[in-house]
Structure formats: structure tokens, C-alpha cells
Design a protein around this ligand. Structure first.
Ligand code: ATP
Length: 430
């Protein structure tokens, strides 16, 4: 356990130091369960979201995109069963009054002070707020606890606008809010999270085919972003643990440093949601009206980022020294290439480096100019943020327009002509 705790501490510290993830509201002592993504974290997150959007929405002919409002009419949450039903079992310690999720503690004693835990009661996880200037019960609304309902309530709109044939789906990326009893494990369990969700509408008789198709899509996504295959586990969720309307659910679990835990979910939601919202579909060819069934792949952005950071974190012994690097795929790495002049105080090197930097920046965006400290320190810093390539401009560059390109994983360097750089990098980030 000590080693695992150590790894999490190292990753949290690296994430803060290098600008991936900061504690939310840090200068005011923080706010439990909230984290702010810094410049590199945003880049990593955007890369993940763009890959998801391309794969799950844009590249397909049967998908529509959506960006629904976070605040919704409270009737949505009554119909969906969330009001009064979206809760976790809470237990409180009689001695230290700390609260825990009862399914996260073993036995009847407080994990922190060994005091006796009280009876479990249901704790409502939706964040309540008031809409408008009055604070009466009629003005109550909620921050959405999942993006899915935004999709269901727009089902009719999309059908009316585009007349899609079944099967088709609607995909959305967005924030969701859950008043978790015990937020923990860095960005694993947070109160403000981001989800990438698809609701895929099928005829009931086809559900197994499409469940399998989306299972494969999720597996493919984990491979594309570079999560190690052997760390992702598909777990069939058995009867009692499934939501009551779901006939089949698979949890995709990941080997996080603190154990094998849920990364993504794939659920067959039946016709539960559309029925509750009194929505249906008219099939013109068959001249038939019915309620489509739903397959839902639900992927958390924050847990993806944590899985990437923890699996990419690598320590390599170099004599007495340790080289730390993030083995991120170039397609997700926050910075693809860093450009440096060999020496900071030689204007001709700096000028040349700036011109190479400007060209690469225009082409790839995720490019950094780095002239801080000596070249060894720069490589270390870029290693720590997972930059796959470092380009260095030296005195030979001035004569023959070549540069050295150093690869993060092998630390090997190769000499290359400047006009080949763009092509070389474009090939690597495919
Ligand atoms: P858990 O059992 O861990 O609380 P869940 O089963 O409630 O999760 P779902 O409702 O299936 O989670 O949500 C879909 C996805 O959203 C999860 O697989 C996860 O990636 C993400 N997610 C859910 N809750 C959180 C949270 N509190 N913090 C970060 N990500 C979350």
C-alpha cells in the first residue's frame, strides 16, 4: 500500500508543479471534490475529448452531436427517477462525526477513528439551486447529475429536425455534478465532473447486437488513447448491482494505483427513459409507432485523465539518478514538441530557434518554446510533462539547416533537416 500511496502523491505533485491539475479554489483553502485543470491539463483533456468526439460522433453516419443546458426543468429529474432516487447510502461515525458511503466501508467501525458507525440512510446526491429571484419550492432546480437526460429530452427535437432512421444515436460531452459523500483519490471521485456519453436508440430486438458493437467501440477508444490493454478489465455487473431498468451492464475497470476501479460504464437502459418522458418513435416504412430501446456508453473524462497519468508515469533508473517521464501517446500529449536553442545567450541560435518554433506552432499548435536552464534540465522538464519530441538548434543548424530531434522514450537523438521536421512529426502523431 505504501508504494501505491507514494505513486499517487508523486503524480498529484507532478500534476500541480507542472500545470496539469490544481486544487480548486486553492488560495482559499480549496473546495473538496473540485479540481482546476491547468494549461497542460486542458490540453490533455481536449485531446481526449476530440478523439472521443471524432470516434463516437463525427466519423459515424448514425450519430448526432448535442450540447444541452446543465440546468433543466426539475420535472426532468422527477420523470427520470433522480428526485428521491439518486442517492448513496451514508453512515456517520458517532465519535468523530465523519461521514462515509456505507458500501465503501467494511464492518461497523469508522475507518478513521474506529468509533461506531450509525445506521445507513439515503443521501441525496443532486446539487439543488434556485432559479430566478425567488427562493420558494417552485423555483428549485438541480445541476444535472448526468449528461444523459439532456439527450433524452432532445430526442424528439433531433428526430423532428433530421428524421433519422433507427438505429441512431446522440452524443454529448459536458459537465455533471454529484454531491459525493466522500470525494477522494484525486480526480477519480469528484463533485464536478465531465462525461462523454452516447444514447443509442435501437429496436428492442437489436439490443444485443448494438451492445456488443459499443463494447468494441469502448475497447477501441482505450487503445487509441493509449491505455495499456492489460490494465483495462471488463466486469459484467450482476443482477442486484445493476440499475433496476438495466438488463445488462458492463463496467470497464482500470488498474489505478489505489485498486481496480470503475473507469467507464456500458448499460442497456431498455425503454426506461423514453417511456418516462413519454417519448416514442414513428417508423414510416413499417408504419409503426413504438418506444426505442437504448444502449449507453458512458465515459468519464476525469477518470480517463487519471488513468492516462497513472499508467504513463514512468521512473527510469540512471545510475544514482531517476529519470521521470510520462509515456503518453503523441496524439494525447499536451505538448507534441518543444523547441530550444542550445544556448540561451547566443542571439543567432535564439533567433533560429524562434523561427523553427513559429513554423511548428503554426502547424501543430501544441508546441512550446523552452530556453529555461541548461539543455539537460529542459529534457527532464519535457519528459515530466510527456513531450514526445524535443528539437534543439545548435551551431551546426546555422550552417546546414539541420537540428537534433530527441525522443522522450528512448532519449535517443537524431539529426534531421528542418524542412523534414513537419512531416516527421505529422507522421508520429497520427
Ligand atoms: P461510482 O460507482 O464509481 O460512483 P457510477 O457507477 O455512479 O460510479 P455512472 O453513473 O455509471 O458512475 O457514471 C458514468 C461515468 O461517469 C463513470 O464510469 C465515471 O467515468 C464517471 N463518473 C461518475 N461519477 C464520477 C465522479 N464522482 N467523479 C469522476 N467521475 C465520475
Amino acid at each position: 500500500m505504501a508504494a501505491e500511496k507514494d505513486i499517487m502523491e508523486k503524480i498529484i505533485s507532478l500534476a500541480k508543479r507542472r500545470g496539469f491539475v490544481y486544487q480548486g479554489s486553492e488560495i482559499y483553502g480549496g473546495l473538496a471534490g473540485t479540481w482546476d485543470y491547468g494549461p497542460l491539463g486542458v490540453s490533455l483533456k481536449n485531446n481526449v475529448k476530440n478523439i472521443w468526439w471524432k470516434q463516437f460522433v463525427e466519423s459515424r453516419t448514425d450519430m448526432f452531436g448535442l450540447d444541452a443546458a446543465i440546468l433543466m426543468n426539475p420535472k426532468v429529474w422527477e420523470a427520470s427517477g433522480h428526485v428521491g432516487g439518486f442517492s448513496d447510502p451514508l453512515v456517520e461515525c458517532a465519535k468523530c462525526h465523519k461521514r462515509f458511503r456505507s458500501d465503501h466501508v467494511e464492518g461497523n467501525n469508522c475507518p478513521e477513528c474506529s468509533g461506531v458507525l450509525g445506521e445507513a440512510r439515503q443521501f441525496d446526491m443532486m446539487f439543488k439551486t434556485n432559479i430566478g429571484a425567488t427562493e420558494d419550492p417552485d423555483s428549485i432546480s438541480y445541476l444535472r447529475p448526468e449528461t444523459a437526460q439532456g439527450i433524452f429530452v432532445n430526442f424528439k427535437n433531433v428526430v423532428d429536425s433530421f428524421s433519422p432512421k433507427l438505429p441512431f444515436g446522440i452524443g454529448q460531452i459536458g459537465k455533471a455534478f454529484r454531491n459525493e459523500i466522500a470525494p477522494r483519490d484525486f480526480i477519480f471521485r469528484v463533485r464536478e465532473l465531465e462525461q462523454m456519453e452516447v444514447e443509442y436508440f435501437v429496436r428492442e430486438s437489436d439490443w444485443e447486437t448494438y451492445f456488443e458493437a459499443w463494447r468494441r467501440e469502448i475497447v477501441h477508444f482505450t487503445e487509441v488513447i493509449g491505455l495499456p490493454k492489460n490494465m483495462v478489465h471488463e466486469v459484467e455487473v450482476e443482477g442486484d448491482d445493476r440499475a433496476h431498468y438495466s438488463k445488462r451492464t458492463i463496467d470497464f475497470e482500470f488498474d489505478f494505483p489505489f485498486g481496480q476501479k470503475e473507469l467507464y460504464g456500458l448499460a442497456y437502459r431498455g425503454d426506461y427513459d423514453l417511456t418516462n418522458h413519454k417519448l416514442n418513435y414513428f417508423d414510416q416504412e413499417a408504419n409503426e409507432r413504438f418506444v426505442p430501446h437504448v444502449i449507453e456508453p458512458s465515459l468519464g473524462v476525469d477518470r480517463t485523465i487519471l488513468a492516462l497519468l497513472t499508467s504513463a508515469y514512468t521512473e527510469e533508473k540512471l545510475g544514482d539518478d531517476v529519470r521521470v517521464y510520462l509515456k503518453l501517446k503523441p496524439s494525447v500529449a499536451p505538448i507534441i514538441v518543444a523547441v530550444s536553442p542550445l544556448l540561451k545567450n547566443k542571439p543567432e541560435l535564439v533567433e533560429k530557434a524562434q523561427s523553427v518554433f513559429a513554423d511548428l506552432k503554426r502547424e501543430f499548435g501544441r508546441v512550446m518554446f523552452d530556453d529555461n536552464g541548461n539543455i539537460g534540465k529542459r529534457y527532464r522538464r519535457q519528459d515530466e510533462i510527456g513531450t514526445p519530441f524535443c528539437v534543439t538548434i545548435d551551431f551546426d543548424s546555422l550552417d546546414d539547416d539541420t537540428v537534433t530531434v530527441r525522443s522522450r522514450d528512448t532519449a535517443e537523438q537524431e539529426r534531421m533537416s528542418i524542412d523534414k521536421l513537419g512531416e516527421y512529426i505529422a507522421e508520429k502523431i497520427k
